[in-house]
Design a protein around this ligand. Structure first.
Ligand code: VGL
Ligand code: ZN
Length: 200
């Protein structure tokens, strides 16, 4: 045995899966491609299957920007234009098997407001509270932006948060951004886990 045994992480109706921004523009070939971004798709499909089997809700967030969003370089931001509403780049990656009962949360819709977190200016926290969700499992794109912000906001909202390392990838604008984000999430009180640890 190596290391300490972690506490079990059971999936139940009090847990929700948050699939963060698995959209074409964040995958290879997209406007703001995350290296290996498409590799999260089969892993997330396994998580989705597990959560469905336990009747636990699945939520998908999406970056959903107007054409003149302030995070875009032509409008003073740092990113190339990406995830523009109703364009192919904003569509969920083909092959991601979201359940038909999935709840979709759109963010970044106000041109003047950047929203990395699925909790910012959305109904996500009310949605979770109304269903008495206690723990959120969070994976997707990108580890160092929207996944991190979503995990940190979940903790701030009083939820337990589990960062799904095998279902996430970082942009790594600077080479270690993804690893630093993992540390930051854990320092804030989130747990880091993989499918093998949860499904066992
Ligand atoms: C994201 C950069 C800009 C993300 C969204 O989903 O991580 N990153 N907008
Ligand atoms: Zn964005």
């Amino acid at each position: 045995m190596t290391g300490d045994r972690k506490a079990p992480l059971p999936i139940s109706s009090k847990t929700a899966l948050l699939v963060v921004d698995v959209q074409n523009d964040f995958c290879p070939g997209g406007a703001l491609a995350v290296p290996e971004g498409d590799r999260v798709v089969p892993v997330l499909n396994d998580y989705i299957r597990l959560f469905q089997a336990k009747r636990a809700p699945v939520i998908a967030t999406r970056d959903w920007h107007p054409t003149n969003h302030g995070s875009f370089k032509p409008f003073g931001g740092i990113w190339p234009p990406h995830c523009i509403q109703n364009t192919p780049g904003a569509e969920f990656r083909a092959g991601l098997k979201l359940p038909k009962e999935v709840t979709i949360i759109s963010k970044g819709t106000d041109p003047r407001v950047e929203a990395y977190s699925g909790f910012q200016h959305t109904t996500l926290s009310e949605w979770l509270r109304s269903r008495k969700i206690e723990t959120v499992f969070v994976g997707g794109l990108a580890t160092d932006y929207c996944v991190k912000s979503t995990v940190l906001d979940a903790v701030k909202a009083g939820l337990k948060a589990v960062y799904l390392a095998d279902a996430s990838r970082g942009v790594n604008v600077k080479p270690n951004d993804g690893e630093q984000a993992e540390e930051e999430m854990q320092k804030a009180g989130a747990t880091k886990a993989t499918l093998a640890e949860i499904a066992s």
